[in-house]
Design a protein. Structure first.
Length: 152
């Protein structure tokens, strides 16, 4: 099943690809590797999910924000390469969580993103290596994720 069809089956919509927030490329392709710059959680209306997990957001809300980052990332990739079916597999992700200093469940937040990628690309190709860390994020966004994909 094509990725676009799978998204429809899962009743998922891609938000608008975010505008550039600085001097960088959203996607860089080197050989068969596609590198995606850090993506934030963009909602369907173009607004960002803002908040700090452990303060004004729950772990569950953070998990949903991470899932939204995954949808934003797919939107960015689609806008840059035109066809999500060019992706063979997810290789590596770095998940960054805007959280309070005493919050210790960053991996559970980023699971929202990883579970989405597993649903979209299948467990074999959608689950890759991953890191999850806590930090302050630009503009107060709840989650930021960067990733590396392999292309067909």
């Amino acid at each position: 099943m094509k990725i676009e069809e799978k998204l429809k089956t899962l009743q998922l919509e891609l938000p608008p690809a975010p505008p550039l927030g600085g001097v960088y490329k959203p996607v860089v392709i080197v050989g068969k590797m596609l590198y995606v710059s850090g993506q934030g959680p963009i909602q369907m209306d173009g607004s960002k999910i803002i908040g700090r997990i452990g303060d004004d957001m729950t772990l569950e809300e953070g998990n949903l924000a991470a899932k939204q980052v995954g949808l934003t990332m797919l939107s960015t990739i689609k806008s840059e390469i035109g066809d999500l079916d060019k992706i063979k597999r997810l290789v590596k992700s770095l998940g960054m969580v805007n959280c309070s200093p005493d919050f210790k469940s960053q991996p559970q937040v980023i699971n929202g993103y990883s579970e989405l990628m597993g649903e979209v690309f299948g467990k074999e190709n959608g689950i890759g290596a991953r890191s999850a860390v806590g930090m302050m994020l630009p503009g107060g966004i709840a989650v930021e994720i960067e990733a590396i994909f392999e292309l067909h």
